[in-house]
Design a protein around this ligand. Structure first.
Ligand code: NDP
Ligand SMILES: Nc1nc2c(ncn2[C@@H]2O[C@H](COP(=O)(O)O)[C@@H](O)[C@H]2O)c(=O)[nH]1
Length: 325
């Protein structure tokens, strides 16, 4: 098995077939809708809130609302419905979450997308939840995760998931690898490749993206969508206040399994960090789109599909020889 991560890979260019990068189409159909770019901000409390979800939906970006204020979800769906915007929420797998699905059914609320968001998605409890959602809300596009193996992908797909999310421990605020010894941290891109080969439905590469070029690499190795936390943290729209330190501005970014999220130090697998304040998220997303258009042009094509076929080389630990910006 070839093991590598984002920084170990470079994609090999093909002859260009466009006169301008603006001709390159970065759109992706994912579930019932088509989005501007194959990028979704992580469903974490320091990355997304209702206001940002609305902004993303209005501007044709995919979003997944987090599940850490569970009592707000019904109103969120109603609000988005009223505004004619698509709805995309997260659920867990505890008993109350089954009741929450019952509430949605009772109130005739049908989210367009539902994401089952747990650390160890390859489990009977997740399979039970997939079946419950598919029975009760069959029209919702169901994303399940997280998994890190082909077996995990297959079992969740077979249970009824419409897409699976791949990534156990590669995240910037993740300490799963250190605390448990398990995961795809350090070889996330190779795990995406393995899982994508086994998948018969779309997959989301989740965690470990550190540069815009990693989005193209994720697509090359089989991802349909890329979930990003740290690169999309620290914006004006990111939840949380600006923190001033030594004359510089920051925002907090913490793991969903950190003590800051949980409110107690139990089964902690995440940490908190400060991210330099970056201004408006729409500017960052626009830059991601431009960089992806460039990637497509280097691939010698006009759309995302051209990225899926390009050759690559493994350049273990060599590409950062001073190349930081
Ligand atoms: N992508 C990643 O690498 C990781 C992501 N996370 C994120 O952290 C958040 C919290 O995740 P999670 O703890 O799953 O959610 P919850 O706290 O909602 O736990 C879900 C259920 O699964 C149980 N559970 C959690 N982890 C395991 C495990 N390793 N083995 C068996 N049962 C387990 C919990 O019980 P109990 O707590 O009693 O064990 C609980 O009943 C999520 O947003 C998740 O995405 C967390 C870690 C890794
Ligand atoms: N192991 C943990 N993983 C976590 C936690 N909170 C979130 N996450 C995962 O990280 C990605 C974002 O990764 P990034 O590299 O883009 O910053 C996120 O989507 C989750 O899957 C956590 O507490 N522990």
């Amino acid at each position: 098995m070839q093991v590598f991560d984002y920084e170990d890979i470079q994609l090999i260019p093909n002859k260009c077939v466009v006169d301008s990068r603006s001709e390159c189409n970065t759109e992706i159909k994912f579930g019932p809708k088509t989005f501007k770019i194959p990028v979704v901000p992580a469903n974490m409390q320091t990355i997304i809130d209702e206001k940002l979800a609305e902004k993303l939906a209005e501007n044709d970006y995919f979003y997944v609302m987090h599940r850490f204020e569970p009592e707000t979800r019904v109103d969120f769906i109603k609000d988005m419905n009223q505004k004619g915007l698509f709805t995309s929420i997260s659920v867990g797998i505890k008993k109350d979450e089954f009741k929450f699905i019952d509430t949605l059914v009772a109130e005739h609320l049908k989210p367009d997308y539902i994401t089952i968001d747990v650390a160890h998605g390859h489990s009977d409890r997740v399979i039970e939840m997939i079946k419950y959602i598919k029975t009760n809300l069959p029209e919702s596009f169901l994303i399940a995760g997280n998994v890190g193996t082909p077996e995990g992908v297959r079992e969740l797909e077979n249970a009824g998931a419409d897409a699976t999310k791949v990534g156990i421990g590669p995240g910037k605020v993740c300490i799963t690898k250190l605390k448990t010894g398990f995961g795809t941290g350090g070889w996330q891109l190779a795990a995406v490749r393995l899982c994508a080969k086994a998948a018969s439905k779309p997959i989301i590469a989740d965690g470990g993206v550190r540069n815009d070029g990693d989005i193209a690499k994720s697509i090359r190795f089989g991802a349909d969508m890329v979930m990003i936390g740290s690169l999309l943290a620290g914006h004006k729209e990111s939840p949380g206040k600006i923190i001033e330190k030594d004359g510089q501005k920051f925002k907090a970014y913490f793991g969903s399994a950190s003590q800051f999220q949980k409110g107690e130090y139990k089964n902690v697998e995440g940490k908190r960090m400060l991210v330099p304040y970056k201004g408006e998220i729409m500017d960052t997303l626009a830059e991601m789109q431009q960089d992806l258009q460039s990637s497509i042009s280097y691939a010698g094509g006009k759309d995302l599909n051209s990225l899926r076929k390009v050759d690559y080389v493994i350049v273990k630990n060599s590409i950062y020889n001073g190349d930081v910006y």
